[in-house]
Design a protein around this ligand. Sequence first.
Ligand SMILES: NC(=O)c1ccc[n+]([C@@H]2O[C@H](COP(=O)([O-])OP(=O)(O)OC[C@H]3O[C@@H](n4cnc5c(N)ncnc54)[C@H](O)[C@@H]3O)[C@@H](O)[C@H]2O)c1
Length: 255
Amino acid sequence: MNGAHDGKVAFITGAASGIGLAIAERLHGDGAKVVLADIDEGRLSQAAERIGGDQARLDVTDADAFEAAIDQVRQDHGRLDILVNNAGVIDIQPVAETTPEAWQRLFAVNVHGTFNGCRAAARVMREQGSGSIINASSGAGRRGVANIAGYCASKAAVISLTQSLAAELAPHGVRVNAYVPGHIQTPFWHGIAAGFAGVTGKSEDEVVEMFRATVPMGRFGTPQEVAAAVSWLASDEASYVSGESLAMNGAEFPY
Ligand SMILES: NC(=O)c1ccc[n+]([C@@H]2O[C@H](COP(=O)([O-])OP(=O)(O)OC[C@H]3O[C@@H](n4cnc5c(N)ncnc54)[C@H](O)[C@@H]3O)[C@@H](O)[C@H]2O)c1
């Protein structure tokens, strides 16, 4: 895919860590100018300096701030070709112990944050007559999983939003897709292992092993394996692909 994104401008949220960082690196390696956005200012500046991209300190739940960040990209680079709504959070609790605030926070980041990005990018891309929006869902958005009901519901909402916006924006030359990772080795898993250990009584190592054992390939994926698929989705090679939710999961969730 070397050169696949020459001359393009990409904005990636949650880009200071894990999958978002790998996507920023990959799109940059494939020729795009990248703008890394994250709420964590310290790790963001380290990541942006390492890759050689612009940085935008952004809380995706703030619709005005998201719009201002996208306007800044247009001012700086004249266009926006790729938006990756990657930022996401998880909360691990039995439903009876889940507070309304925790539920709302999940939706604020995972769903409203994605909507905020789609809305801001749609305004630019519609006018441009081109663009690719790619949203982070999850295998958990395709099925129910005990103790993460809010996360599953929020990631299912991302798939639904993706399908509707793909139909709406297709006449304007804008494609909208989602990526659906299975278990990917990132810092996200520190929280997941600790959270499931808390509700199941297993050790963190046992939790990780429990999830690994569900993957037919017998291993977690890497952020780079997700990034490769996202780069393809964003590329002109995928020109007739829109509304798709593409899984990278070692053959898990085969339905
Ligand atoms: N790692 C996995 O196994 C896995 C599986 C399925 C889906 N996903 C999804 O992939 C995406 C990336 O996950 P990851 O594993 O790289 O996680 P991660 O925790 O390593 O990185 C997430 C990044 O998002 C940032 N972030 C959180 N809230 C934010 C906000 N309000 N505004 C801006 N940035 C914010 C964090 O600071 C962090 O840098 C998430 O949407 C996650 O739900 C991950």
